[in-house]
Design a protein around this ligand. Structure first.
Ligand SMILES: Nc1ncnc2c1ncn2[C@@H]1O[C@H](COP(=O)(O)OP(=O)(O)OP(=O)(O)O)[C@@H](O)[C@H]1O
Length: 273
């Protein structure tokens, strides 16, 4: 199962958001998309998922323009976990995961014991079995995030698109979720903010800057001190260990020290109000 964009551009509100991007996701790889806020990561994920139509260029899923496929066809092959996915419905945690089975159900294909097994396994995968009966609106941000991943796994796609999948999670659940995703026999495309996580988990990294793809390659080739400075405006020290894994340390910025120095006098030095 291949997914690619070829010379895609996308505009919104009269502004060009994505410019002439070409990128093929290799089968079975974990591809990270990194870049500053507003650089176009979510917009690119939406094009990959077929939720938005490029102004020019084409998105191909297994060689076919994604716009020519039915939503059901796309959903059986590709699952997207959005950054701020939520539901206003009064549903339980388990029902939120059951939604992942929708692309396989129909008038002649009713819910079956197999669907139950797939949903149970997905809940177990994200360590949420014990909360399966809880109402969605009583769950924490991190618990909801893990259910979104479980819903995507229950969808049994070949390609998993994750937009900042760890943003509500504590460090233990961040690592276990990325481990879990990496263990699946899936092609994964994930927009990530944590560059050390990108270095740890990704086979390749795509770097976005102001709507352009400015680098694509192995973490050790893409994550250079010069590029981190150019793209994020941050000084970093990068060590590559014997196994080829990059470790990034970020230096304190002078501008941040200046902001701290002019904190109003009525705030205590420890930051309490
Ligand atoms: N529907 C829209 N209308 C107008 N502008 C939009 C629209 N969608 C996105 N944008 C703009 O496009 C740019 C890229 O947004 P996008 O959400 O893709 O960035 P991002 O890299 O995912 O950012 P973040 O890291 O903050 O999530 C932003 O400047 C955003 O304001």
């Amino acid at each position: 199962m291949t997914l690619s964009v070829s010379h895609v551009s996308w505009s919104a509100g009269g502004t060009e958001i994505l410019r002439d991007i070409s990128l093929t996701v290799e089968t079975g790889e974990f591809l990270g998309i990194i870049g500053p806020n507003g650089s176009g990561k979510t917009s690119l994920m939406s094009l990959f998922a077929g939720l938005r139509k490029p102004r020019s260029g084409v998105v191909l899923l297994d060689g076919a323009p994604i716009g020519s496929l039915s939503r059901r066809d796309v959903a059986q092959r590709l699952a997207l976990v959005e950054q701020q996915a939520d539901t206003g419905e009064r549903i339980t945690a388990r029902q939120a995961v059951e939604i992942g089975r929708t692309p396989y159900l129909g008038p002649l294909l009713p819910w079956s014991p197999d669907d139950d097994r797939i949903v149970d396994a997905a809940l177990d995968n994200v360590d949420m079995t014990h909360l399966a009966g809880r109402s969605w609106h009583t769950l924490s941000g991190g618990e909801r995030q893990r259910l979104h991943i479980a819903r995507a796994i229950a969808q049994q796609p070949e390609i998993l698109l994750l937009d900042e999948p760890t943003n509500h999670l504590d460090i233990g659940h961040q690592i276990s979720l990325l481990d879990l995703v990496q263990r699946q026999e899936l092609t994964v495309v994930a927009a990530l903010h944590d560059l050390n996580h990108a270095a740890m988990y990704c086979d390749r990294i795509a770097v976005m800057q102001v709507g352009c793809l400015v680098a694509l390659g192995r973490p050790r080739d893409v994550l250079t001190e010069e590029r981190i400075r150019d793209v994020f405006g941050v000084d970093a020290e990068i060590d590559v260990d014997g196994g080829g894994l990059c470790h990034l340390r970020f230096r304190t910025q002078r501008s941040h020290a200046r902001v701290t120095a002019v904190r109003p006098a009525n705030l205590s030095a420890t930051g309490g109000r």
